[in-house]
Design a protein around this ligand. Structure first.
Ligand code: PLP
Length: 446
């Protein structure tokens, strides 16, 4: 894969700068294997320590990943601007794309009428001195969280859930610190953890959320933060159950050395109740994004937490980006206040549930147990991801390889059901069944 890239440099700085520019231009594509340290050192006429330093610097910045016997590779989504096409190869022409993890655009509430109403009622423009969290938005956000049992805390607004997580991790941790993350878990979070120079510790997940023994092991291994997806866990669809929440709260009770972050990105789209862990630890934050129910382009999430945690995020935002635009905040408030929008979100949630359950049931008829308690994805364990993705591609379906989401979890593929039609179920399930139970190659069994 790295055949198009000519390695060069005689110092660690030159070698790493060359690799970074190779990633930027697409000559080194995501996932591309890099030569072993000794081989590259011999090629360039430098010491192995020089190449090792270059690789280490790029690893700490999240551009490279070293995966045991698989050697060193470019991360699937390295944190350096590259041509988008290099980051995600387009599905074959005519293929149905179930790889993206996006809500169905047709099920998002239209923004036009509310934007028009805002345009007609702009009032005086907000200036640097009076900008910040809109009190009206904060009030409605608190009431919505309170109704779901999230304890009242301090509140701020971030540019989405991931922005909130980045600000929380940045304010509490330092490069080299360990973060407990779900395994399998959200690819963007794994990329962010790598880009911040943090060490991920994988916590196994089942349908009820992060497993208690896995969290205990991560704590014992020195995790300074724990990120839990409340519902619609990406990629498995897990949702923290009442029993799991109780057990995790007992484990975490009173811990002063751990930042607990909860990501309720599915929010109003989740058809399962919320069982928050918020408040179990001294440092905690609960994030609710508007991306999935109301549209990813809104870039807004509500963050509540203990006083110090929220003050750190709000204070850091103030000296940087400043605030999340009050134009956006007013738009979200308008969406939250419109019963017609509520009804559209309710119908979208119902529709995702039907598609997910439809696929799980059809897969069960093929004898396959897949996962998807909530959300827009189904996670199907397969023996070999590469051959499964290829077989599905040949049958006209693009799905996401589990490797994007896994640390030590077993192989699987992620199927996004948000745009799946009932008519597709039989052929998709048959193709998935074939991919999950491939015909053995001809020849003698070994
Ligand atoms: C687990 C998880 N958290 C959060 C988000 C959305 O975050 P944001 O609010 O940054 O759009 C997603 C979107 O796919 C997700 O899968």
């Amino acid at each position: 894969m790295s055949a198009r890239y000519q390695f060069s440099g005689t110092t660690a700085v030159e070698i790493s700068a060359g690799i970074e520019s190779g990633i930027r231009t697409g000559a080194l594509s995501p996932g591309a294997a890099l030569p072993p340290v000794r081989a590259l050192a011999a090629d360039l006429g430098v010491s192995p320590a020089t190449v090792a330093r270059a690789y280490q610097e790029l690893r700490q910045r999240g551009l490279l990943v070293t995966a045991g016997r698989h050697g060193t590779r470019v991360r699937p989504r390295p944190p350096v601007a590259a041509r988008r096409s290099a980051l995600r190869p387009p599905p074959l022409p005519g293929a149905r794309d179930l790889s993206r993890g996006e809500p169905d655009r047709r099920l998002l509430p239209p923004l036009g009428p509310h934007l028009a109403a805002l345009a007609a009622d702009t009032g005086p423009s907000v200036s640097y001195s009076d900008a910040g969290v809109l009190p009206e938005l904060a009030e409605v956000a608190r009431a919505r969280l309170d109704a779901d049992g999230v304890p009242a805390g301090e509140l701020t607004i971030t540019g989405g859930a991931l922005d909130g997580i980045e600000r929380l991790l940045g304010a509490h941790l330092r490069p080299g610190d360990a973060v407990a993350v779900e395994d399998p878990g959200w690819a963007n979070l794994l990329d962010l953890v790598a880009a911040l120079g943090l060490r991920p510790i994988g916590v196994p997940v089942d349908d009820d959320g992060p497993m208690v023994a896995g969290v205990a092991a991560a704590l014992a291994a020195g995790a300074r933060a724990l990120v839990v997806t409340s519902r619609a866990q990406n990629p498995t669809g897990a949702a923290v159950s009442a029993e799991r929440a109780e057990a995790l709260r007992a484990l975490l009770a009173g811990r002063r050395d751990l930042l607990l972050i909860e990501d309720d990105h599915a929010a109003e789209l989740a058809r399962v109740p919320l069982h928050p862990l918020a408040g179990a630890t001294a440092s905690w934050a609960f994030l609710r994004s508007v991306s999935k129910p109301f549209g990813p382009d809104l870039r807004l999430a509500v963050l509540v937490g203990d006083e110090t945690t929220v003050a750190r995020v709000a204070g850091r935002t103030r000296v940087g980006a400043g605030w999340v635009s009050t134009v956006l905040q007013r738009l979200v408030l308008a969406l939250w206040s419109d019963p017609a929008v509520d009804e559209l979100v309710r119908r979208a949630a119902q529709s995702y549930e039907q598609r997910r359950d439809g696929l799980l049931t059809t897969l069960a008829e093929h004898g396959l147990r897949a996962h998807g308690r909530s959300g827009i994805n189904v996670w199907l364990p397969v023996p070999d991801e590469t051959s499964a993705v290829t077989a599905l591609r040949d049958a006209g379906w693009a799905v996401a390889p589990g490797a994007l989401y896994r640390i030590a979890a077993a192989p699987a593929v992620r199927v996004t059901v948000s745009s799946l039609h009932a008519d597709d179920l039989a052929s998709l399930a048959a193709a998935l069944a074939h991919a999950a139970n491939p015909t053995p190659p001809p020849g003698f069994p070994t």
